[in-house]
Every structure is written in C-alpha cells, then in structure tokens.
Write a protein that binds this ligand. Structure first.
Ligand code: ZN
Length: 338
C-alpha cells in the first residue's frame, strides 16, 4: 500500500477499556438489568468467563468506529489495521490512516518555511497534546473527575453530557501518562527508562524539526507534560486510551511497523530467537523442509496466546484488515514467468 499510495498520514493505537465499557457488560449473562452499576470484581469475572463475548464486542465496536469515525468523520481515503494482544490480556488495534490533502513527506523541504508551515497546519487539525483543563486543575496537579471514570458512562449519560466537559474528563482520566511502572513502560538498558520517553517538555506552538538522524519530526503544541498524543474525536467516541502519531518520514513508518505492528508477545520468545534456537538443533544433512517444520512447531509450542486472541481466531475474525486487496501470485513456476 505504501508503495502505491505513498506514505500514510497518521499511525494510531486504540486500547480497550474492557473493565469499564457499560455497553459491553450489558451483554454478559450475569448482568441483570439494563442499568449497569460498576462492580469491578463482577466486571472482571464477566470478562474471564466470557472472552468470546468480549472479543466479538471489540471487533464490532471497532467496525462501527472505523465506518462512522475514520471514514465518515476523518475522511480517511485508505486505512490498514491489525489486532494485537497484550500478554494474556486484552486487545489493542494498531493502524495507519491515509488522509486527504496529506503532505508528501518524500518531497518535504525542511528549509522551506511555507512547506513546513503547511505540514504543521495539517497535523494541527488532527492531533493534539493540549489539555483543556482549567488553570485551577493545572495548579492542583491532580485532576478530580466529576464521575469516577468517564469510560463508565452509558450512552444515555454521554448524549446528555456537555461535550467539552466530557472530553476534558476523558483527557485527564484515560489519556495522561501519570506514572512510569516497571510492568508497563519502564525498560532497562543501563538504567530504568520509560519506553515512551515520558514526560514530554511543554511547548506553546507545534513544531516540525529535524531529529538527531536528520528526519523531520512533528510535535503538537503541549501544555501538559504527561498527556499522550491523540485525536480528540477518536478519543471522545472510542472512550479508552488513544494514541495518534504524525508520520513525517519513511523511517517513522518502519519504526511503527517494527515496534508495534509486528511486535511479539511480552515474555515470549521472538521469532528470531526461536529461529536461532532451532538452527542450533538442525544437522547439516537435514532438509530445509525439516528446518521449517521445526520452526513452525517452535512457534506453536512457545508462544503464549491470550484467551481473547484464541476466541478471535475461533470466531474466524480477521487479524488484519485494509482498504486494498492483495493477490498473491506464485511466480516460481515457469508457466507464470515472462
Ligand atoms: Zn512511562
């Protein structure tokens, strides 16, 4: 797709709020009434006992979101996305969006002020790190939401609420990277460091600058060092954590693909490591087919799969989807060769 359409405009990740979405919990057998009162232990029990319902709900929720928000509101001309499961956990959706009037990053002239400005203007329309909280909230540091968590609001409450207040609640409750924890974001090189490089410096205006590798990098205006980059409409409608990044270089696309789109499960061996281990077990006289067979067996035996991922496959839901169709041609046979 990148080869034919050019680079995508935005990269996004949508997380799930499975322990909170009331529309999901209304579907479980143990939820008695239409009005869902949040009982965290009951919600967790629902999820554990009914991974098939959770899986299908997420898939349908995202399909509606894709058609109503990504296509009709953001007017994406093309999209590509895949599901990814945290280690034994809930799903994330990673994807690329091709948006209208997007700049051609291949021709971006970083010395041309007008060219830089037009790219900034475009990205400013779609992504933000500006917290709409009041000055009082800012001084208090700790945001106190009107309700315990806006993700717990049911559809009736959301439709009656004031949209700006609802968005402020979502930004401050689900979108802020408050604390770096060892099991979520801290990774160890020589010292423990946040893999998202939080917290981020505030800046009054958006910027498009060259990074240390000479690749253009866009940063939206920021008044909150803890706020994740997001698209306001996606957050307001998806109602769980949303990450949205501007794509300014081909290197950024490769980074997203290697970091998120093709990432291996936490604590499991990577395919490369399995392959290295299998190679050590193969004799020089073994056939390639045998090596491949052992590699596939290694993947099946060694990879941890969450119950939701298993249900996704049992329900025959697509793992990847996009707006283009691909046809595989076997050009190995002589009959297909020109
Ligand atoms: Zn962190």
């Amino acid at each position: 797709m990148i080869e034919q359409l050019g680079p995508p405009t935005l990269f996004f990740t949508l997380s799930s709020a499975n322990t909170k979405w009331p529309d999901l919990h209304k579907l479980f057998p143990k939820t008695q009434s239409n009005t869902v009162h949040h009982n965290r232990m009951q919600f967790i029990e629902n999820l554990v006992n009914n991974p098939h319902i959770t899986t299908l709900y997420l898939h349908l929720r995202f399909q509606i979101f894709r058609d109503e928000v990504i296509v009709k509101q953001l007017h994406a001309t093309d999209h590509w996305y895949r599901y990814e499961w945290q280690h034994r956990g809930s799903a994330h959706i990673h994807g690329f969006l091709w948006l209208p009037q997007a700049p051609n990053i291949d021709n971006l002239d970083s010395s041309n002020h007008e060219s830089i400005q037009s790219v900034k203007n475009l990205f400013d329309q779609y992504i933000t790190t500006w917290n709409p909280r009041t000055e009082v909230d800012h001084l208090n540091k700790q945001y106190i939401p009107a309700i315990s968590n806006p993700c717990l609001s049911n559809t009736g409450v959301i439709s009656r609420s004031e949209p700006c207040t609802d968005y402020t609640e979502l930004v401050n409750v689900v979108q802020c990277h408050m604390k770096c924890l060892e099991y979520t974001c801290l990774k160890k090189n020589s010292t423990l460091k946040c893999r998202y490089k939080a917290h981020w410096p505030e800046q009054h205006d958006s910027s498009l600058t060259l990074d240390h590798n000479n690749n253009p990098s866009y940063k939206p205006a920021r008044n909150d060092s803890r706020l994740n980059v997001h698209n306001p409409m996606m957050l307001a409608i998806w109602r769980a954590n949303v990450d949205c990044q501007a794509i300014c270089s081909k290197k950024a696309i490769l980074q997203y693909i290697s970091k998120y789109v093709s990432k291996t499960e936490h604590k499991s061996e990577s395919y490369i490591d399995i392959l290295k281990r299998i190679v050590g077990l193969i004799n020089s006289e073994d056939t390639i087919l045998l090596a491949y067979h052992r590699f596939m067996m290694g993947i099946v035996a060694d990879r941890d799969i969450s119950t939701q991922e298993t249900c996704h496959m049992l329900l025959k839901l697509p793992l990847i989807s996009c707006t283009r169709q691909f046809v595989n041609l076997n050009v190995g046979k002589k009959i297909f060769q020109l």
